[in-house]
Design a protein around this ligand. Structure first.
Ligand SMILES: *Cc1c(COP(=O)(O)O)cnc(C)c1O
Length: 457
């Protein structure tokens, strides 16, 4: 019998990564540059300084430095909740009667209940170092807002969070958690910004969207002295910080003499996926190995599988730079009954490039199937997953079932990004069979594509 690997593997503090890995350095074809929305010229790093902290703007534009030191203060902060465990899903494997070996990296062990703190603490650190007094941001489901509130409280920075109105109403306790860390939380769209007022005038009953909350947060940042804007996903800098997930996973798997045949992650804006795959994608880019890499997204917000690879705004208010990415159009709003998160219209430009060039696959899954996987996972592995994370679980289960059918003992690694304690409205809709699947029609999507900016470069 093969030697039994432990259920949970933690690295020691000494083994923890001391550098982040920048995937762009190994990409033969780099992501296309951000464009100034008015001139359509590629942005220079100085153009970002009014909106972003300088060091973060530098990281955003750095396509060449392969490894970037994690400042010691951030390493110390990480040690409060990292390393995160690499867990072998023995009980799930047994329940599925699969020869596959399923591993997951669990990032839910901090108050934000997600991987978001990995980047939040880095962003707050660089803001403090630059002498700023505060930050603004948006949050959808609330995990990013919570993570950033934790990080800002640690560094004594002011924080205003624009929270997508539907989530604000569905998850009142999220607001209280953020307020515990002294954040100011505003339902978006709001009357506190010009862009918010304009959106409300157009559609007073809107439930809001991430894109719209981003526009509000940026306006607030640039109109308040000493403030900058930060974002919890999509951006290159965030994917960079999240590489800690993959770097830890790879070290842990090496200790077990394992290497994944398939790496799976859910994809909202792409940060956890970009993070967990980073060192494995490096192996693929440099020809050392060729694991399959799978992005899992909601069928109701299918940026990769049905989006266009085009320049688009990162927000509904069209104030951000243009990014070349897989997008449904910045005006796209997922159906109001979509409960599983991952509702952003676009996708990380890094992952978009890699997907476009054939280095990764994507699948779209319906929400009832996602919650079915979530419940099965909870019962066998005892962790109640975030609906976002359950997209990855769904795909891991599907792959393990394929292994059962083919008899192949593949090694599967997936990212369990967080816990779902604040998602009881969605769980309850699923358990009471009220949850419906919704797949946008081609015409629905075409309306979003019609409003894409017309950029030819
Ligand atoms: C934010 C979030 C996601 C999706 O964001 P990415 O940037 O795509 O990683 C996934 N899972 C959880 C728990 C989240 O909080």
């Amino acid at each position: 019998m093969a030697k039994k690997v432990p259920h949970r593997l933690y690295l020691t503090e000494e083994q923890m990564p001391k550098k982040w890995y920048n995937l762009r350095a190994d990409m033969k074809i780099k992501p296309d540059p951000l464009l100034n929305p008015s001139t359509l010229e590629p942005l220079k790093v100085e153009d970002l300084y009014p909106v972003f902290c300088e060091e973060l703007a530098n990281q955003e534009m750095d396509n060449t430095t392969r490894y970037i030191d994690i400042p010691e203060e951030i390493q110390e902060f990480y040690k409060m909740y990292r390393p995160s465990p690499l867990i072998r899903a023995y009980n799930l494997e047994k329940a599925l009667n699969t020869p596959a070996k399923i591993y997951y990296k669990f990032e839910g062990n901090n108050t934000s209940g997600s991987h978001k703190l990995n980047s939040a603490i880095a962003q707050a650190y660089y803001a403090k170092k630059q002498g700023l007094t505060g930050l603004t941001t948006e949050t959808g489901a609330g995990q990013w807002g919570t993570a950033l509130a934790e990080a800002c409280a640690f560094y004594n920075l002011d924080l205003t969070v624009y929270m997508v109105k539907v989530s604000y109403e569905q998850k009142p306790f999220r607001k209280t958690v953020m307020e515990t860390f002294d954040a100011e939380v505003i339902a978006s769209p709001s009357d506190t910004t010009e862009v918010g007022r304009a959106i409300l005038k157009n559609d007073p009953n809107t439930g809001g969207s991430l894109g719209c909350a981003i526009s509000e947060a940026i306006e607030k940042a640039v109109s308040t002295p000493g403030r900058r804007y930060v974002l919890g996903s999509v951006l290159n800098q965030v994917v960079l910080h999240q590489s800690i997930i993959g770097l830890e996973s790879k070290i842990a798997m090496e200790m077990l003499d394992e290497y994944p045949d398939i790496v799976i992650g859910c994809a909202g804006g792409g940060s956890n996926l970009g993070g967990i795959i980073a060192p494995f994608m490096q192996d693929k880019l440099t020809g050392k190995a060729s694991p399959r890499i799978v992005a899992v997204e909601p069928a109701s917000c299918p940026s990769f599988t049905r989006g266009r690879y085009a320049y688009d705004f990162c927000d509904t208010g069209k104030v951000t730079p243009l990014a070349k990415m897989y997008t449904l159009g910045s005006s796209f709003m997922p159906s109001a009954n979509h409960a599983g998160g991952l509702r952003y219209h676009g996708m990380s430009p890094i992952l978009s490039r890699l997907y476009h060039d054939g280095y990764m696959e994507a699948v779209a899954v319906e929400q009832t199937k996602v919650f079915e996987a979530a419940v099965m996972f909870a019962k066998h592995e005892t962790i109640l997953p975030a609906p976002e994370s359950a997209h990855a679980i769904r795909s891991a289960i599907d792959e393990a079932i394929l292994c059962r059918e083919s008899g192949e003992a593949k090694t599967i690694l997936f990212g369990l990004t967080g816990t779902g304690y604040f998602d009881m409205t969605a769980y309850s809709a699923y358990l009471s069979k009220q949850m419906k699947d919704y797949i946008p029609t081609d015409e629905d999507l075409q309306r979003g594509f019609d409003k894409l900016p017309n950029v030819e470069i």
